[in-house]
Design a protein around this ligand. Structure first.
Ligand SMILES: Cc1cc2nc3c(=O)[nH]c(=O)nc-3n(C[C@H](O)[C@H](O)[C@H](O)COP(=O)(O)OP(=O)(O)OC[C@H]3O[C@@H](n4cnc5c(N)ncnc54)[C@H](O)[C@@H]3O)c2cc1C
Length: 715
């Protein structure tokens, strides 16, 4: 078995660092809970971080627990297949069916007791269902190009467009495949209605596919578990095996975490037995999100964590969690990847999935609302015509996270039929839209239940809403102004499209309050994670793919940025869990498919070369022909595993003659890499040495230290 980087090793590294005394030791901790400051002088309460100390600190989850690796003699069984998939959610099971169907030898293990998923909207572009319903939405139509571009720009382009185009270009055929698979298990497909933005920006045609049957018509919310079960049944029909209640603990990466990922060690949660699952070709992580790990949330999604830390119960993990809010999983797969040298995604922070349910008209008063929204001091705060994710984010920007919505009874008659939650194009699943009378009956029921207010005058309404003093005056003025804007056809404040500006003057009037809590601005889960290339290969920090390791589903890095915005609803299930998993399965089964392999070679630019030629920059230090001033020079590079790496170089006859360094690095990784780096540097007479695989941080710090010293020696 290859040697893993464990907490034990890690602490040994820290002790060595203390002995070396040139830099601080590593500290494995949640920084907030650290007992000592990096300088040793402070306490958790008064710790002050700098760029240097922040880089040198390690988070608890980044270090493999002390009890791993499990001693060989305790591992009672080894199971070998070409492909091992970890996780029985939608992405793991879709990959399993796709690859098994293509002839691969694959086994699935899952900590859960059964196939699992939640929700049920699967976005696709250009499926046969859309064509059947005459929906003009393919990668080449204007609507397809528009949606993809809006999604990308909503994320300020902090997404990996290569994965997105793989999804967009294969979305139709992948969804057709899914429709056929689900049909074989008795599930029908329908399309959720599209979204119409009067300004066109957020407009998306009907594209979220929901699967349903007679017993469960509400596929949008409850269809995904049916699909996961169907995939599992199909997999078993083909002879596939799923080991449930088998929790993956850690990965085995050969050659001291520099080679191929060849196995995963797991524990049977019923018997306690340890099992090694060896993979001849690939291990696929499909273990869901990391929202139940407080430290990972604090590090990677701090905005969401600060808001939801009191709602997410991180003390309980349910590996069978279905339709639940406030967090799902503790990021086991992410951690396993980090322990063997995987990098984290480039985009920061990790995008949370937040949406909003609220009482009121249409689906709710947050989603595409054509009335007025107010703050607690009675003022407007946004353009109300937006989707339920952006609407939620807008409320979260308010100091008290509370918003009030006001509309009138005429609102119900703006449309003949209103979409209802769960309904579908042509009502195929039997869930019907609502008539104006049904809309009003719904509001009356809300008034009865105490979740809405009703009054015959605006003044009476704002009194019932609890506005007092200046806030009351503001609210009345805001509502009257809104009516004025509607009548003049120009919203002077937030520029709502005039076509959906409606005066609020027909009694009775209604109002609702949306406030942060259980039912509104709900946190679902968090997206993203490990550094992942366009082929779903997990990569190191410098983008070098880790041989034999893949991931898929919600945990894939750099697929979302900012916030999961629901602009293309069902994007996660439809895109990354189904389409990209389907493609991954096909590629894994194809012996001839060329995944990326080997260290990423950077191509030098003409600018690099000209800088090298004029000899004035660090690039000149990459030349083996360089000549230096004789003498002894020191250099420092930050960001090594054990803090700064310091070197002392001796230049004789203009060439790099010898080099010593301070070894604060972890013995297993950085410590082993340093001699190799020195050998390379002396023989190259240069600082541009190749990084040692699996020791990226040490290599980078070493190169920086050497460049620093050689710069001082440069002629
Ligand atoms: C309430 C709610 C509704 C949602 N609705 C939608 C929707 O309609 N459309 C949409 O696109 N997205 C939706 N999402 C997001 C949704 O969760 C994901 O799209 C999708 O379920 C993620 O699938 P996955 O396969 O990546 O992970 P998951 O479905 O979370 O599966 C992870 C699997 O890994 C297993 N596992 C975890 N750790 C280990 C371990 N150590 N060893 C072995 N197995 C392990 C788990 O038991 C599970 O089987 C919703 C989320 C929530 C919370």
């Amino acid at each position: 078995m290859s040697k893993q980087f464990s907490r034990r090793d890690f602490l040994k590294g820290a002790a060595a660092a203390g002995a070396g005394a040139m830099t601080m030791g590593l500290t494995a901790c949640s920084p907030a809970a650290a007992g000592n400051s990096p300088s040793g002088a402070g306490t958790a309460d008064n710790m002050v971080l700098s760029d240097q100390t922040y880089r040198n600190l390690k988070w608890k989850f980044e270090v493999m627990p002390e009890e791993y690796p499990i001693p060989e003699e305790k591992i009672t069984k080894t199971v070998t297949h070409d492909i091992i998939i970890i996780g029985s959610g939608m992405s793991g099971l879709c990959t399993a069916v796709s690859t098994k169907e293509s002839g691969a030898d694959v086994r699935v293990i899952s900590a859960g007791k059964r196939p699992i998923s939640r929700g049920g909207s699967n976005h696709a572009i250009g499926s046969k269902k859309q064509k059947e319903l005459g929906i003009d939405y393919t990668p080449d139509t204007a609507s397809g190009r528009h949606a993809a571009k809006v999604e990308k720009h909503s994320a300020a382009c902090y997404i990996d467009e290569r994965k997105w185009s793989t999804w967009i270009n294969n979305s139709g055929p992948a969804m057709d495949w899914m429709i056929d698979k689900m049909a074989s298990k008795g599930l029908k497909v329908c399309l959720e209605p599209g979204y119409v933005d009067p300004d066109g920006i957020l407009t998306v045609p009907a594209a979220s596919h929901s699967f349903y049957n007679e017993e469960v018509p509400f596929g949008m919310l409850f269809g995904a578990p049916l699909c996961a079960q169907a995939y599992a049944d199909i997999f078993k029909d083909m002879g596939g095996e799923i080991d449930f209640q088998t929790r993956a603990l850690y990965l085995i990466r050969d050659d001291n975490n520099t080679g191929r990922v060849s196995a995963v060690v797991a524990q049977n949660l019923e018997t306690g037995e340890y099992i090694k699952y060896s993979a001849n070709r690939a291990v696929v992580l499909a273990t869901g999100d990391f929202s139940k790990d407080p430290d990972m949330m604090a590090k990677y999604s701090p905005w969401a964590w600060n808001l939801y830390r009191n709602s997410i119960d991180t003390t309980k993990v349910d590996y069978d969690v279905a339709l639940a809010f406030n967090g799902l999983y503790p990021g086991d797969g992410h951690k396993m990847g980090l322990w063997i040298g995987a990098g984290w995604q480039k985009t920061y922070p990790n995008a949370p999935m937040i949406n909003c349910g609220a009482p009121g008209p249409k689906v709710n008063s947050i989603d595409n609302f054509w009335g007025i929204n107010l703050t607690s001091d009675g003022k407007r705060y946004h353009n109300e015509v937006t989707n339920f994710s952006y609407g939620a984010i807008a409320i979260l920007q308010l100091p008290d996270h509370i918003a009030y919505s006001v509309w009138d009874s005429r609102y119900a008659y703006i449309q003949d039929i209103w979409e209802t939650f769960g309904c579908s194009v042509n009502n195929e699943n039997g869930i019907l839209g609502a008539t104006p009378e049904q809309m009003i009956a719904g509001w009356e029921a809300d008034v009865e239940a105490g979740t809405c207010w009703k009054a015959n005058t605006i003044e009476e309404l704002v009194d019932k809403m609890g506005f007092k003093g200046e806030a009351r005056a503001n609210a009345i003025e805001s509502i009257n102004n809104y009516t004025k804007y509607a009548e003049q056809g120009r919203d002077e404040e937030y520029h709502v499209n005039p076509s959906v500006l409606h005066p609020i003057k027909t009694p009775p009037f209604y109002a609702a309050r949306t406030h942060f809590g259980k039912d509104a601005m709900t946190f679902l889960c968090v997206t993203g994670g490990l550094r992942t290339n366009e082929y779903m290969q997990v990569c190191e920090d410098d983008d070098t793919p880790i041989d034999g390791l893949f991931n898929t589903g919600i945990m894939v890095g750099d697929y979302y940025a900012g916030t999961y915005n629901f602009v293309m609803p069902g994007q996660n299930l439809g895109g990354v869990c189904n389409c990209l998993s389907y493609i991954l399965g096909r590629r894994l089964a194809d012996q001839n498919f060329k995944f990326r392999s080997g260290r990423i070679q950077r191509v030098s630019t003409p600018e690099d070369e000209s800088a090298q030629n004029d000899g004035s920059s660090m690039a000149s230090l990459g030349s083996g022909d360089a000549s230096y001033n004789d003498g002894v020079y020191t250099g420092t590079g930050s960001g090594g595993m054990g803090g700064d790496v310091k070197v002392e170089v001796t230049i004789e006859n203009g060439k790099l003659a010898s080099l010593t360094y301070t070894d604060n690095e972890t013995p297993e990784i950085g410590g082993k890499a340093l001699p190799e780096l020195v050998e390379q540097a002396v023989s190259a007479n240069a600082a541009t040495v190749d990084s040692v695989s699996g020791a990226t941080m040490t290599s980078t710090a070493f190169k920086a230290a050497l460049a620093d010293a050689l710069t001082k020696a440069a002629k």
